[in-house]
Design a protein around this ligand. Structure first.
Ligand SMILES: *[C@@H]1O[C@H](CO)[C@@H](O)[C@H](O)[C@H]1NC(C)=O
Ligand SMILES: *[C@@H]1O[C@H](CO)[C@@H](O)[C@H](O)[C@H]1NC(C)=O
Ligand SMILES: *[C@@H]1O[C@H](CO)[C@@H](O)[C@H](O)[C@H]1NC(C)=O
Ligand SMILES: *[C@@H]1O[C@H](CO)[C@@H](O)[C@H](O)[C@H]1NC(C)=O
Length: 327
């Protein structure tokens, strides 16, 4: 089958699929772009519709004009789908109290997290663990030179060490090994390919999600990793997003709880967890060039929520997103 015919067939299947999904001209669809079928094999239509704009309107699939050499030519998808941003007014959240109300915040060691529970009033308090860690860190760097301090805050670049990310050893500090992935230890042998995040969340089972986090953490720890680069908790807003499956799906509540349990499990095993990718890292296509444009309320209610729950779980690190952001 020649590329031209294949492109044409794919486009037809695509349009049929969209039509049978929506069966309505008022539903979402793709913007029509003339296909080059017949005159060229270039089916990459180039346009990147990567920003969501409140001014964008829905369009329907439109068959486009045919070329002289093909009987039919149809619209093709131009890139990631975009949805318009809602214009609801934003109501700020009430300012949280700074005074913990016992026994709602039980003092907790990350190595001994609270048992699996759906009681949202139990928010573990990792402050004592952090205070101890800060003391150790301060005392360790007390006599470091500026060069030593630079070295432990800079890293050595991608895969210039045992892990994908590495902090070199400085004086008595042994360095840090930061390793992918949210689904198992990357680039090594004798480890488990764990169920993907989206599969895990589909169980809606806290105990299983916690147990998976712990098992993941035990493998990271056994391989000498200090910082496990997961869980991933982006929302999968762009259906074609190549890494959606790593995360826990498009429900912020479910994703938040799955992130919470995963982090408690991971850190119980003695590795640091990483909440990623903060924030709005919603597609792989041109992931460092696209701009994720989100209004304030949507940001708080949808995308930020899993990170809030991660902090509540005492996550020790956060990875930033690859995309540009606009609020
Ligand atoms: C679409 O709507 C038409 C008319 O109501 C109906 O006959 C057809 O079965 C529908 N197709 C799908 C895929 O739902
Ligand atoms: C295909 O089209 C894109 C977008 O117009 C363009 O950037 C690219 O160079 C084209 N590739 C070829 C092989 O013509
Ligand atoms: C740092 O140096 C000072 C003075 O030389 C010394 O008293 C102190 O014990 C050192 N601290 C550490 C953590 O090595
Ligand atoms: C800091 O890192 C550089 C580059 O890796 C290295 O050459 C240097 O020896 C390091 N300095 C210290 C004090 O560890």
């Amino acid at each position: 089958m020649g590329p031209t015919l294949r492109a044409w067939l794919l486009a037809v299947v695509h349009v049929v699929a969209v039509q049978s999904l929506t069966n309505s001209t008022s539903s979402f669809s793709f913007s029509g772009v003339p296909s080059s079928a017949g005159s060229s094999t270039n089916t990459s239509t180039g346009t990147t519709a990567t920003t969501a704009s409140s001014s964008s309107s829905f369009s329907t699939v439109t068959p486009v004009t045919t070329t002289s050499t093909t009987p039919t030519s149809v619209a093709t998808e131009t890139g990631p789908l975009t949805w318009p941003i809602s214009e609801y007014p934003f109501t700020p959240f009430p300012t949280p109290t700074f005074a913990p109300i016992p026994p709602i915040f039980p003092e907790t060691d990350p190595l001994n997290p609270p048992p699996v529970s759906s009681d949202f009033n139990v928010v573990p308090d990792f402050a004592p663990a952090w205070a101890t860690a800060y003391e150790k860190a301060k005392s360790m760097i007390a006599n470091f030179t500026i060069e030593q301090k630079v070295n432990i805050t800079t890293g050595v670049g991608w895969m210039n060490g045992l892990c994908v990310g590495n902090i070199p050893s400085v004086a008595e500090f042994p360095g840090l090994c930061l390793q992918d992935s949210p689904l198992g230890v990357r680039f090594t042998d004798l480890v488990t390919a764990f169920p993907a995040g989206v599969t895990t969340a589909s169980t809606w089972n806290r105990a299983l999600i916690r147990a998976r986090g712990l098992a993941l953490g035990q493998e990271f720890h056994a391989k000498g990793v200090n910082i496990a680069l997961g869980p991933m908790m982006n929302m999968g807003r762009v259906a074609q997003g190549g890494r959606n499956w790593e995360g826990f799906g498009a429900d912020p509540f479910l994703t938040g709880e799955a992130a919470y349990e995963t982090i408690l499990g991971l850190q119980q095993a003695g590795v640091q967890a990483t909440a990623k990718h903060y924030i709005n890292n919603e597609q792989e296509w041109k992931r460092t060039q696209e701009s994720s444009n989100v209004d304030d309320r949507t940001e708080h209610e949808i995308y930020a929520h899993p990170f809030l729950r991660s902090v509540m779980a005492g996550v020790s690190s956060v990875m930033c997103s690859y995309s540009k952001l606009l609020h």
